[in-house]
Design a protein around this ligand. Sequence first.
Ligand SMILES: *Cc1c(COP(=O)(O)O)cnc(C)c1O
Length: 398
Amino acid sequence: MHRDDLPLKDQAENICPRPDRMADQATWPMAAAIYPASVWACQSPDQALAILNGDADGYVYQRDRHPNADMLAEKCCGLHHSERSVITSSGMAAMSAALLSQVERGDHVVASSRLYGRSLTLLDAEASRLGIETSVVDTCDLAAVRDACHAKTRLIVAETISNPVLRVADIAGLANVARQCGAKLLIDNTFATPVLCRPRDLGADLVMESISKMMNGHSDVMLGVLCGQIADWQRVPLVVSAWGLASSPFDCWLATRGLATLPLRFERAADNAMQVARFLESHPSVKSVDYPGLESHPDHDLARQQFGDRFGSMVTFHLAGGREAATSLIQAVAQVPFSPSLGEVSTTLSHPESTSHRGHTPDELHAQGIDGGTIRLSVGVETIDFIVNALKRLASGG
Ligand SMILES: *Cc1c(COP(=O)(O)O)cnc(C)c1O
């Protein structure tokens, strides 16, 4: 019986937010639908069983699968030339999914010493509680990576571009080492995005992105994605469902919308970043600038070979005046918010010593090229004049 055929009293007392089935329409919507349903109705026990076992296509429970995640995952598969993608509740959930699906108790992981702080905590401190041993090495040194590998090594983890001094990973080189050692290579591509680099084309087995950053680009979503090949995917769906790493439909819908402008946002931000790097290089208060597009960067040639003629949207610089100069700059440059994330449409800055690298000892900070005067810019899509004018206050600020 149709709702309208019910007596008025029943209609009022049985208000159900489930829409009636949409009649066939001659036209179709220009925006994707959001499916917030946590659970779907099934036709029969046989059908439910087949879908839940993964033997038939369909949806039953949101934590296992939902249409908004599928739509976003399909786009990520295309962007990263992958056979499989899974959307997770955060970038860290994508890293967890990679670890938990590829590695077991007694296995060994080799991780870059320059990984995102929480990734290092996960792979080093947390994984060791589960009986997984991790060696932390400088992955820019391929010989050191090879030396760290042994018979139990299953996973090598590095970032395409590291934080904050923007060292570039030799992905093809690392993939070679991984193959020789019988390990998989996982690349965190968050600072590069698939517009700059597709690690799978260079030999990486698995790629992850924090969609919370430039992939979405509007500071309103927390999501991650893991991409890979069918051969490495056996445990992934179960790990994501059982460890509770799944994504929210609304976040996936927003990120699908953000992703539509990724290439435009990226090109503009990378173009701005190159000009900002050159501006800072010539600034008297600035001791040095780290940007892979500058000839002075230690990985400039590798970056050129891997990325072509653009180098991403992140620029790091070091103020001669240390922490005090950084504090006055942050107060003077009001149009560039001190906001310790990255990849937004607007230009933001971060101060690694007090945020991302706060747990490091002075020696570790020194080894990573960080001091109190280190500022990391995430360059946005404003006009270059707006950004450079904002940064000009740097002179009066310190
Ligand atoms: C932010 C970030 C992550 C973690 O992503 P979340 O979405 O914040 O969980 C991992 N790697 C890098 C390089 C990041 O910048």
